[in-house]
Design a protein around this ligand. Structure first.
Ligand SMILES: CCCCCCCCCCCCCC(=O)SCCNC(=O)CCNC(=O)[C@H](O)C(C)(C)COP(=O)(O)OP(=O)(O)OC[C@H]1O[C@@H](n2cnc3c(N)ncnc32)[C@H](O)[C@@H]1OP(=O)(O)O
Length: 434
């Protein structure tokens, strides 16, 4: 079954969850409802044997405003950080994954392609490309030791993976050096054996060895304790395919041809001076982004090196466009999206869904709605099937009008060893993790 909640009652087809989470659908997530939702999961007595031992916000402390914001635990001396890796179950060994090596990158790619995140109905599975993985895992200042694999000792088969990359994240007025943790994956046959906690402890140890004590991560599951809960929205670009593969459904009283017409986009972008970002734009884009992101409670603190890495267009990985005023040549607006296909599981006709994910967008002169409509036009021109966006930053202002529909995938944002007094609204988040 796909999304059973055509809540808007609009004649649109209703997008199915992208493979990003499994919480039930809910449209207006307020601070209260988040706290209520988290408390529900607490009050039904769900124990978190591992997470209860970690320096993260605990459910029992929800609503306790006396606790200070910031670090939960102080750093320890580097010489006191455990020097040897955590012990794995007998048949397994640690490996550091050299993502530069084609062979190793292929092993990681295969593990994730077959075992990474699926939607609730197991219809789609994320299919990060190798180029994407190399991009995601080698930002400025990355540590190879944070790309951690687990092998079966006898066969050397790679069966689990977790990664971290360093980043500077600002929380209110404090810029904190953090690890962004991603790609936690345990082979399907090894699930529920408590391997994930060992992997998390090992990445934590290796992050500590670099004198870094905080982390940021997102997950589709509810853990202690989200700093915010966001929702994915989906904009059909190729509605016929999306309906054929079960990603969305034909809306009530809609025919296929009316649906195709509804989502049709012009061939060309409308904003004068709209063009692809180039290397020489890095300083101007950095200024634009830094200025824009300063309004959010949690956002990355990006310098020119970061912007060059994360936002300079890379084929099949990240796309960035900007508006350069034809008169003054000043760069006034910016939009970007990354490419994350999903494997379509068990469909006769199609094997892959090409999805664009909204990344960082800044409007100072072109209305955000028009800028994002141009982003949809270029995504459609480049054969993407769907354009996804979270309700973070100012995205809510364009989602409905540009015919995005709410998915039933939720994405929870977390900080490790950093307490936030109360949950943030998605619009207070200026951070997109891959
Ligand atoms: C200072 C530096 C700090 C650095 C570290 C910061 C923290 C980073 C945290 C990681 C951020 C990752 C960000 C991403 O990559 S999110 C993407 C996660 N990956 C997938 O969903 C892929 C498909 N699923 C799997 O591969 C497995 O189901 C995984 C590996 C997810 C769990 O394996 P398995 O199903 O075989 O379970 P277990 O028996 O080994 O372990 C059960 C324990 O694990 C807790 N669990 C389950 N799922 C997650 C999850 N997504 N984040 C954190 N914890 C999770 C669970 O609540 C339970 O603990 P507790 O409830 O009993 O307490």
């Amino acid at each position: 079954m796909v999304d059973s909640n055509p809540s808007s009652g609009s004649p649109e087809d209703t997008p199915n969850p992208n493979p990003d989470g499994n919480a039930p659908s809910e449209n207006d997530l307020t601070l209260d409802s988040l706290s209520q939702k988290v408390q529900e999961s607490f009050s039904v007595g769900k124990k978190h044997k591992f997470w209860e031992t970690q320096p993260v916000g605990q459910f029992k402390d929800l609503g306790d405003n006396s606790l200070p914001e910031g670090s939960i635990e102080d750093p320890i001396l580097l010489s006191e950080v455990k020097q040897e890796p955590y012990k794995l179950p007998n048949l397994y060994e640690w490996t550091t994954c050299d993502i530069d090596s084609e062979e190793m990158c292929t092993e990681v790619y295969n593990l994730l392609t077959n075992n990474y995140v699926e939607d609730d109905e197991n219809m789609f599975r994320f299919n990060y490309s190798k180029e994407f993985l190399r991009w995601a895992l080698r930002p400025p200042g990355y540590f190879r030791s944070w790309h951690i694999g687990v092998r079966v000792i006898s066969s050397k088969k790679l069966v689990a993976f977790i990664t971290g990359v360093p980043s500077r994240i600002r929380v209110r007025n404090d810029v904190v050096i953090m690890a962004e943790i991603n790609f936690l994956c345990v082979h399907k046959k090894l699930r529920s054996k408590r391997l994930a906690p060992v992997m998390i402890k090992e990445v934590t140890r290796r992050v500590h060895l670099e004198n870094i004590w905080q982390a940021a991560y997102t997950a589709g599951v509810v853990l202690p304790t989200p700093i915010s809960t966001c929702q994915y929205w989906h904009r059909s670009l190729n509605p016929k395919k999306l309906i054929d593969v079960g990603f969305s459904r034909l809306g009530a009283r809609m025919t296929m041809s009316r649906t195709i017409k509804l989502y049709k986009l012009p061939e060309s972008t409308v904003t004068p001076g709209f063009r692809k970002m180039e290397l020489h734009d890095v300083p101007a884009v950095t200024r634009l982004l830094r200025d824009y992101l300063s309004q959010f409670v949690v956002a990355p603190d990006l310098d020119e090196n970061d912007v060059e890495h994360w936002l300079l267009p890379k084929e099949n990985v990240v796309n960035s466009y900007l508006v350069e005023s034809p008169e003054t040549h000043v760069i006034t607006d910016f939009c970007s999206f990354y490419t994350l296909p999903s494997t379509i599981l068990g469909n006769q006709n199609y094997s892959s869904l090409k999805a664009a994910y909204s990344y960082y967008n800044v409007s100072t002169k072109t209305p955000l709605l028009q800028l994002m409509n141009d982003a949809l036009i270029v995504a459609k021109r480049n054969d993407y099937d769907v354009f996804n966006a979270l309700d973070v930053m100012q995205n809510e202002s364009f989602l409905k009008e540009l015919k995005f529909g709410p998915g039933d995938g939720k994405l929870h944002y977390y900080l490790y060893n950093y307490r936030i007094r109360s949950a943030l609204r998605p619009s207070e988040l200026g951070l997109v993790l891959l």
